[in-house]
Ligand binder design. Structure first.
Ligand SMILES: NC(=O)c1ccc[n+]([C@@H]2O[C@H](COP(=O)([O-])OP(=O)(O)OC[C@H]3O[C@@H](n4cnc5c(N)ncnc54)[C@H](OP(=O)(O)O)[C@@H]3O)[C@@H](O)[C@H]2O)c1
Length: 332
């Protein structure tokens, strides 16, 4: 497993990270979750990503239990705040109140004294960024959070945050966590140039488009049993990828993967890692075999000719519009 620095920071993370959205505390039972974490550790993954909201807060608990006994210094634990974790108006968003309460709840559930990375899971139009960034900075000064980042923020929102932090002397954002894969490339035109300039790294989610880029979903066929597309909590998220045109084009990538000596999943993960602003691809898994297959993408170099063939095949289904980076509408 190769490691990369996250943005311009001193923090080193595994270029393939393991995340537990949809899976822990929901789609998979605790023993399968534990087996995936053990496979990840065994394969050299040191970076683990979760969020307060996943599986109604159960995902953090499962990860906390799975990592119990692992030397704390040997792993980087990332979590997030923003989406609702309770019924009240202050159980969500990026107010100082919710950030402080949710950070403490995450520390308890993850059974740790500190979080390596704390991320704003979306942009909150109802909270002044100064309030959010000051609360993040306070957590850093208290030693409860080591680094701060954002997720799915637009270039202009990241730029404003960098400026505010610079003027106020707050701890600086070092990472953004966007969706990024061969099909979903909305960060390329605005977010990545800005982040390169500001020393911010991307830790990208759904590098295999939730399983679609493995080729296991075939045009015209029902989804394979026990896949995300058949899971009650996962199926709505994957639907937008399940068109016959897109699935047919993914099948056409098979000879490209064969030429590179990779599986389709490995090709897709290696593809995101070719971007030098990407510090890590966060993979999900329901079975340890998936982790073991996917980590083989670490260290793979894809040449220009092969990258060009991928673009030719996928061109009509690639999404590039930066406006697709979006957070729920502002408060009315
Ligand atoms: N910041 C955000 O807003 C945000 C949003 C989403 C995710 N994330 C983060 O990113 C992480 C990864 O997201 P993701 O789970 O969508 O990533 P992904 O790696 O694109 O998809 C993972 C899913 O694909 C299937 N799969 C994985 N490897 C496979 C293989 N070799 N062969 C066949 N199927 C395979 C598995 O589902 P099945 O076996 O069920 O088919 C697995 O759960 C999350 O856990 C979370 O940490 C962040």
């Amino acid at each position: 497993m190769e490691h990369r620095h996250l943005g311009r920071s001193g923090l080193s993370i595994s270029e393939i990270a393991y995340g537990n959205w949809i899976t822990h505390g929901s789609q998979v039972a605790e023993d399968a979750a534990r087996a995936c974490v053990e496979a990840a550790l065994d394969e050299g993954i040191t970076t683990f990503d979760t969020a307060d909201v996943y599986a109604g807060t159960r995902a953090e608990e499962v990860l906390g239990r799975a990592l119990r006994g692992v030397r704390r210094e040997a792993v980087e634990i990332f979590t997030k705040v923003y989406w609702p974790t309770g019924p009240g108006p202050n159980d969500r968003g990026l107010s100082r109140k919710h950030i402080m309460e949710s950070a403490h709840a995450s520390l308890r559930r993850l059974q740790t004294d500190y979080l390596d990375m704390y991320q704003a899971h979306r942009y909150d139009h109802a909270a002044p960024p100064e309030e959010t960034l000051r609360a993040f900075d306070d957590l850093v000064r208290q030693g409860k959070v080591l680094y701060v980042g954002v997720s799915e923020w637009r270039a202009e929102q990241i730029a404003a945050a960098v400026q505010i932090a610079g003027e106020a002397g707050f701890d600086r954002i070092i990472s953004n966590q966007p969706q990024y894969n061969m099909i979903w490339r909305v960060i390329e035109s605005e977010v990545i140039p800005l982040c390169e300039k500001e020393g911010i790294g991307q830790i990208v989610w759904s590098p295999i488009a939730q399983g679609v880029l493995t080729g296991k979903y075939r045009p015209g066929d029902a989804p394979p049993p026990a896949s995300r597309a058949t899971d009650p909590s996962g199926s709505s998220f994957i639907q937008h990828y399940l068109t016959d045109d897109l699935l047919g084009r993914v099948q056409q990538l098979k000879p490209v993967a064969d030429q590179a000596g990779l599986s389709l999943a490995q090709l897709a993960i290696a593809w995101v890692l070719q971007n030098p602003n990407v510090a890590a691809a966060i993979i999900g898994a329901t079975r340890p075999e998936q982790v073991r297959e996917n980590v083989r993408a670490s260290g793979v170099r894809l040449d220009g000719e092969l990258m060009g063939r991928i673009d030719e095949i996928l061109s009509p289904v690639i999404e590039r519009d930066p406006a697709r980076t979006d957070s729920p509408a502002r408060r009315s």
